[in-house]
Design a protein around this ligand. Sequence first.
Ligand SMILES: C[S@@+](CC[C@H](N)C(=O)[O-])C[C@H]1O[C@@H](n2cnc3c(N)ncnc32)[C@H](O)[C@@H]1O
Length: 268
Amino acid sequence: MELDWGLGQYEPTGESLLPISEVVVAMSEPLAGKRVVDLGTGTGNAALLAAERGAVVTGVDPAARLVEVARKRATERGLQAEFLIGDAASIPVEDGTADLLLSVFAVIFAPDADAAIAEMVRATAPDGVIRLTSWVPGGSMMAINGAAGKFMAEVFGSGPAPDPDAPKPLGWHDEPALQEAFAKHGFVVELERRSMNLTGKSPEEYLEKSARHPMAVSAAQALASRPDGNELQAELERRLLAAVREINEDPAALKVSNEYAIVTARRG
Ligand SMILES: C[S@@+](CC[C@H](N)C(=O)[O-])C[C@H]1O[C@@H](n2cnc3c(N)ncnc32)[C@H](O)[C@@H]1O
């Protein structure tokens, strides 16, 4: 089942990812008058930065609660931007309308990557650009999610055998795989790797702040359905703390680095 990103509080994570939207929007300038679609806008980070630069912006997200948060942030800042409920399987814009289609750590969650690429291509103007970001495996974000995923698989099993007809997953950080996937639509891909540091007081504080993340809330709800739910939740927290301590680069506080890929695709 797909995660409901409206669960809990995505907002603090959105704040910590804002510097990446700043990078992505800055490298897409000039934006005045350009039609920008921010797919998987969340709380509207990239959409609002583009609107500040004079773009005509549509933010799209499947999570109705986050769409409301994004609208409220736009109103508070006096920015013009439209926010719609929708996802990568069906982006609610006309064919060829996006001069720039952004997706900051969002389309990577689409269950059918090939269909999502076809849909982004459909929405993009003939001379338009698709720009997305993806975490690179081996980084801390992946290590923490991996520790949680491993524990949940131990508790609930790894689920039914994979369906041979299910859509093929795509490594959204993997340049040759992306070239192949986009080439079907006549697009060429460029990939740039960057790094972002997350800092804080301690691993404990980081985990406390992350406890209301949609993924954490969804895991907690699943564990609570078990009779030994409290013990399981405590064990998950122990494992996560161990995972964060392992990747922490600052013994006196918290510093974890996350490598990510910025992928730019345009018609070749
Ligand atoms: C990690 S958050 C990133 C949000 C925002 N772009 C940011 O930088 O803060 C992932 C976002 O992707 C959205 N999302 C999940 N599945 C999606 C899909 N299939 N198509 C489009 N967006 C999706 C979620 O609702 C969530 O807002």
